[in-house]
Design a protein around this ligand. Structure first.
Ligand code: SF4
Length: 392
């Protein structure tokens, strides 16, 4: 290790999230902060974003304290930005933050928006991980979801990304879609397995209030019942395990060494700063979010603290609860030693009763010679229910 690494070891890890709130059109199930935009809107937004990152970097002046271990450009559809725009954003990040040598820089990309030209520019800008929202390989499902792409268009973009040299790609999948049968879902998984992406996120559809899906009775009728949804969930676990994907979090699977550093940080309580419209942060024990109104956001990037709201200073109790909820999502579980170091308490003095209760019925287990506590396979299936019991 060189001198730089030794210095870095004394610094705390930090993650950055950058929100791009633009999409070509709104998907019917989506409640994320995103909307259509013009080329001018995007140009102006990037200008504000760059200012916000720069001003935050100056105010924090944190190069001695923090080192960035991951950057996640999410949305929305970040791949609507040109290569130059992504380069501008990354240049300012590099200028104002200390970046770890082995940093993970992810960008979300919507199939149908990637070209040879923008992919190679993203790569030049330092993006080393792509996260592609496929959701389903079935064109009628995609159509119903309101996605802008077909399976064939996704495939073309995926191949272009590989050709451009992206060696770390995530594919997002969804089960429990309206009209989706087990055989449709199986075909999706088989097609995706054949591509060997490094990472897969597999979630069940949730009907979010305020979305066209939530409002539509037709859609409600087409949603697979609980039994079918459970069958898809079981199948996901089995086929991904058979194909060498490790389930390192409740809904996330990766080939060896390809777990998402950014997400692992989130579940492990690593501080993060969010930039852009509506982005949330967790920094120095405080949670806060950015303004969600674009017109207001555009007025404030010169003084970023003016547009940050919902400040919540986490109490010791909040921190302990989050340590448990978030940490237990990870397959590796939580460390007894880390709990003691963080909170100066023995985990069994705080949660002894709850832990013993679930241990007895095989929903929680101690591994690594009693050092790590994690959910068992059966425990993961009822994790929401278990987490409620960790409220203090
Ligand atoms: S592409 Fe993603 S962020 Fe955009 S509308 Fe669809 S689901 Fe929402």
């Amino acid at each position: 290790m060189g001198a730089m690494c030794e210095i870095c070891e004394n610094r705390k890890d930090l993650e950055l999230y950058i929100h791009i709130p633009f999409c070509i059109k709104k998907c019917s199930y989506c409640d994320f902060l995103s909307f259509p935009s013009s080329a001018e809107d995007r140009e102006e937004y990037v200008r504000c974003l760059v200012k916000e990152i720069e001003q935050t970097g100056i105010v924090l002046n944190n190069k001695d304290t923090y080192q960035v271990r991951s950057v996640f450009i999410g949305g929305g559809t970040p791949s609507l930005l040109s290569g130059d725009q992504i380069k501008n954003i990354m240049q300012v990040v590099q200028k104002y933050f200390l970046i770890k040598e082995e940093v993970e820089i992810t960008m979300e990309a919507n199939p149908g928006t990637l070209t040879k030209k923008n992919l190679s520019a993203y790569k030049d800008a330092g993006i080393n991980r792509l996260s592609m929202g496929l959701q389903s390989a079935d064109n009628s499902c995609l159509y119903l979801l309101g996605r802008i792409h077909t399976w064939e268009e996704f495939l073309k973009n995926y191949e272009l990304a590989r050709k451009a040299g992206f060696e770390n790609i995530n594919i997002d999948l969804m089960s429990g879609l309206p009209g989706q049968t087990m055989s449709i879902y199986k075909k999706t998984l088989e097609k995706v397995m054949a591509l060997r992406p490094e990472h897969i996120s597999a979630y069940s559809l949730i009907l979010e209030e305020g979305t066209p899906f939530y409002e539509s009775e037709e859609i409600h009728k087409k949603i697979p019942n609980e039994e079918a949804d459970r069958e898809m969930y079981q199948f996901t676990k089995e086929i991904l395990a058979e194909n060498g994907y490790d389930r390192y979090e409740i809904s996330n699977y990766a080939l060896k060494g390809k777990e998402c550093i950014h997400n692992l940080g989130y579940w492990s309580g690593v501080p993060y700063i969010g930039f852009g419209l509506g982005a949330s942060s967790y920094f120095e024990g405080t949670r806060f979010s950015n303004e969600r109104n674009l017109e207001h956001y555009k007025k404030e990037p010169y003084v970023p603290f003016m547009m940050r709201e919902d400040y919540t200073i986490l109490s010791q109790k909040d921190k302990i609860e989050e340590f448990m909820f978030l940490g237990l999502r990870k397959r590796a579980g939580i460390s007894k030693k880390e709990f003691r170091e963080c909170f100066h308490k023995n985990i069994m003095d705080v949660y002894g009763e709850v832990i013993s209760k679930y241990e007895k019925i095989d929903l929680l287990e101690w591994i690594k010679n009693g050092e790590m506590l994690r959910l068992t396979d059966a425990g993961i299936d009822v994790s929401d229910y278990i987490f409620c019991d960790f409220m203090l």
